[in-house]
Design a protein around this ligand. Structure first.
Ligand code: PLP
Length: 388
């Protein structure tokens, strides 16, 4: 994306200052409903519920500003805002399948995407197959006559396997199958799946887009027809919307998206290289490292690699991993990522320490590099690794 375009989108696109008292910062239109002076005007508003404010579950002026920015960032014609990333993914999936249909989904997607397929869609007669997405041909092999949708997440947010988005979307097109890609890891700044042939792009806006760890929200972007279809059906019916105030906070967060993303990517590179050279670290998963198995693909389809990585700690047992985690002072222990603050999340937290078994290794620790001074983060990791 052109830098001019980017700074215009983040700072000005969609903002109508004449309609907001010429305030520099657009006001929050914290109103559930909107009034019209005549029956005819009300009738027209009801006919155009997707475009004009009638009731905030449909259109709201503050939300509308942010929708324009997000669509432009993802090179999409339109975008919808949701009350969470999971709501955006669920609405995007539910809108395009019916009983009897089949979905092919990349293995190990975000945990609630797995639950959507295993627990919710299964009950309504929509079947699915999980595939190893590191080989695009696995998607082709899993296609049945009932396959309607491919769900992708590239990279995923714990071990960071990628899918070749161009190759997978080409296979989908050959078979008339729709594609939805969770792009939360890269944000629209570092990867634009629509340019690679993907139909629908989902984001947890909770992560980089808002960037301040104070809002949970989600985004779904795509063509006008697809977004209109989602809006007319699942968006309005399920009603998983953000409040206008949360949309306004998201717009505030977007002002600094470019600066935050580059800071996080610069620092992450330093931290990843430090960790890779450390004797107490067995493995570093970060897609732009030379040692990452899909590094070439990562560099081809992502502009830069952002602040989320995971490591395997060289510990004799879970207690060693826990000593490392408990000793870190500048990384907060928490789920989520993409905010200003550096975080850590050990898979050991999801396991019984006496019986540490699961899909993910017990010695895996996810590290999110936020906006703090990278040398201080590295020094903190150094002292904590000495405790392993
Ligand atoms: C957090 C996350 C989600 C879910 O988003 P919420 O806003 O928490 O509902 C989806 N995908 C990825 C990759 C995530 O990290």
């Amino acid at each position: 994306m052109d830098t001019d375009d980017l700074s215009f989108i983040l700072n000005h696109l969609g903002e109508d200052r004449e309609a907001g008292f010429r305030a520099v910062v657009p006001p929050v239109v914290q109103s559930g409903n909107f009034t019209y002076p005549t029956v005819e005007a009300l009738r027209n508003a009801m006919r155009n519920e997707f475009d004009v404010p009638l009731y905030t579950r449909g259109a709201n002026p503050t939300v509308a500003m942010v929708r324009k920015k997000l669509a432009a960032l993802e090179h999409a014609a339109d975008a919808l805002l949701f009350g969470s990333g999971s709501a955006a993914i669920a609405a995007g999936v539910l809108s395009f399948v019916k009983a009897g249909d089949h979905i092919v989904c990349v293995r190990k997607p975000y945990s609630w995407t797995t639950k959507l397929l295993n627990e919710l869609l299964d009950r309504f007669g929509v079947s699915h197959t999980f595939v190893d997405g590191t080989d695009a041909e696995n998607f082709r092999r899993a296609i049945t006559p009932c396959t309607r949708l491919f769900i992708l997440e590239s990279p995923n947010s714990i071990t960071f396997e990628l899918q070749d988005l161009q190759a997978v979307s080409a296979i989908a097109r050959e078979h008339g199958i729709l594609t939805l890609c969770d792009n939360s890891y890269s944000s629209p700044l570092f990867q634009n799946p629509i340019d690679l042939g993907i139909d629908l792009v989902a984001h947890s806006g909770t992560k980089y887009l808002n960037g301040h760890s104070d809002v949970v929200c989600g985004v779904l972007a795509g063509s006008r027809e697809h977004i209109r279809q989602v809006m007319a059906k699942e968006f309005m019916t399920l009603g998983a919307i953000p409040s206008p105030h949360d949309a306004w906070l998201l717009m505030r967060g977007l002002r600094t998206l470019e600066i935050r993303m580059h800071r996080s990517a610069d620092s992450a590179e330093q931290v990843a290289k430090f960790l890779e050279a450390h004797p107490k670290v067995v493995q570093v998963n970060w897609p732009f490292l030379d040692s990452f198995p899909q590094q070439a693909l990562a560099r081809r389809q992502m502009k830069r690699c952002a602040g989320l990585m995971s490591i395997r700690v060289k510990a004799a047992d879970v207690a060693g991993v826990e000593r490392f985690c408990n000793a870190l002072k500048r990384f907060l222990m928490a789920v989520s990522w993409g905010g200003y603050e550096s975080l850590l999340f050990p898979t050991a937290a999801t396991m019984d320490p006496r019986n540490p078994q699961g899909e993910l290794p017990w010695d895996l620790v996810r590290i999110y590099v936020g906006l703090e001074e990278p040398q201080l983060l590295i020094a903190d990791l150094e002292q904590a690794l000495a405790r392993v």
